[in-house]
Design a protein around this ligand. Structure first.
Ligand code: XIL
Length: 298
């Protein structure tokens, strides 16, 4: 096939992009989006600060705009993200203890209920594990409400939207390392105890190299009985960019439970990694070598 989405669909997978509501009036942007992708993720519009700017007062305008764009394309919509220690609204940043825990669970329930039946997969919890060698949780006000906050969030999300796949999503999990193993152990424990979890997202914000065990790391999670998804792929520009994109694409295709790939933006100028040119289209919307490399690998 001649587009990313149609090529991914040949093996039953999707190829998605993170998109921004504020860019949907740009015709170069929407031209590429409508042509190439069959999944969308809101880059910011479904985050806590956007959806609940003051406590108990919900604003779904940006998220709904992304949802309707996805629906108009016949695309999957990935929900991102119900609970994350970044982009918390100010009122939540200053909360703790039982009051925060209750606010967290209410947030999960309200947002998942608003989008019930519309979301393919939710990143229920984003970036809860620490970097480095500890393999443990990241300190945050969310974590300080008690170690069970993650499973409580997954249970609340399942109750609110039983048909959405529920994912744990993180970065620096691009091979077998202390952080990915900490997450692996949590998922294994959740599966053993019946905590509802369906998928693990590998953000895959990559530099100029990729660990040799990228695929086998995906495979060990899949063997636990969860889907895996590449959720925020971008790769620093450099001699290896096209090869690294192809390696990630081939790894997903080699793992039967890898259901799809999402790139974190469309053109280099849309990327959050300013100056790194990490995406598949240049600033003018032209296909880069990395694009051709992915298409050939799909
Ligand atoms: C980024 C967005 O791309 C930026 O626009 C925003 O300013 C900060 O967040 N991990 C994630 C994403 O899970 O939500 C982040 O997105 C990038 C890192």
């Amino acid at each position: 096939a001649s587009t990313l989405g149609a090529s991914a669909a040949q093996s039953g997978r999707y190829f998605g992009a993170a998109i921004a509501a504020g860019k949907l009036s740009n015709s170069t942007y929407t031209g590429i989006l409508n042509r190439e992708f069959n999944s969308v993720t809101p880059e910011n519009e479904m985050k806590w600060d956007a959806t609940e700017p003051s406590q108990g007062s919900f604003n779904y305008s940006g998220g709904d705009r992304i949802l309707s764009q996805g629906q108009s394309m016949g695309a999957k919509v990935r929900g991102h993200a119900l609970l994350w220690y970044q982009q918390e609204p100010g009122w939540a940043q200053s909360m703790s203890g039982t009051a925060l825990r209750n606010a967290m669970m209410n947030h999960v329930t309200q947002v998942a209920t608003h989008y019930k039946g519309k979301i393919y997969a939710w990143d229920v919890v984003n970036e809860a594990f620490a970097d480095g060698g500890s393999g443990g949780r990241r300190d945050s006000n969310l974590q300080r409400t008690g170690n069970d906050w993650i499973e409580a969030a997954f249970k609340a999300a399942r109750a609110a939207d039983p048909n959405a796949k529920l994912c744990y999503n993180d970065y620096n999990t691009d091979g077998v390392n202390a952080k990915s193993t900490g997450i692996y152990n949590m998922v294994k424990d959740f599966k053993a105890r019946g905590v509802p979890i369906d998928c693990v997202g590998f953000q895959s914000h990559l530099g100029t190299s990729i660990p040799g065990d990228y695929q086998s790391n995906l495979q060990r999670f899949a063997a636990l009985g969860v889907d895996v998804q590449i959720t925020e792929l971008d790769v620093a520009q450099g001699g290896n960019q096209a090869n690294i994109y192809a390696t990630v694409t081939r790894a997903c295709l080699a793992v039967s439970r890898c259901t799809g790939i999402t790139v974190w933006g469309i053109r280099d100028s849309d990327s959050w990694r300013t100056g790194e040119n990490p995406l598949l289209f240049d600033n003018s919307g032209n296909k880069k070598a990395a694009y051709t490399s992915v298409l050939n690998a799909l």
